[in-house]
Design a protein around this ligand. Structure first.
Ligand code: FES
Length: 97
């Protein structure tokens, strides 16, 4: 479990845990999501779109919701996600060793 000072609701950040980039999105007072940074299609870097409130892959227009589910595009499987717990101003992220 790794702890972060949270961003504001609607905010996002990319941090690094155990050598791995990890995008975080806080979409509610008690809700946050953490993702694998690489698209499961061809390993491009994904981005969070605050306007669309979706995860986008710019390489081939892959689109994911905040649970990692593929909404459109060629990704063959969901984006890997990590368990998060919002604890006041902190976000706890469970990342396997
Ligand atoms: S690498 Fe992400 S959609 Fe192709």
């Amino acid at each position: 479990m790794v702890r972060f000072r949270s961003q504001t609701v609607g905010g996002s950040m990319v941090t690094r845990i155990r050598g791995k980039e990890l995008p975080l999105v806080r979409d509610g007072q008690a809700s946050a999501h953490a993702f694998e940074a690489k698209c499961p299609h061809e390993q491009c870097d994904i981005n969070y779109s605050s306007e669309r409130q979706k995860i986008e892959c710019p390489c081939h227009d892959g689109l994911f919701d905040l649970t990692g589910k593929v909404l459109s595009g060629p990704p063959p499987r969901p984006l890997e996600t990590y368990q998060t717990i919002v604890d006041g101003e902190r976000i706890l992220v469970s990342v396997p060793e």
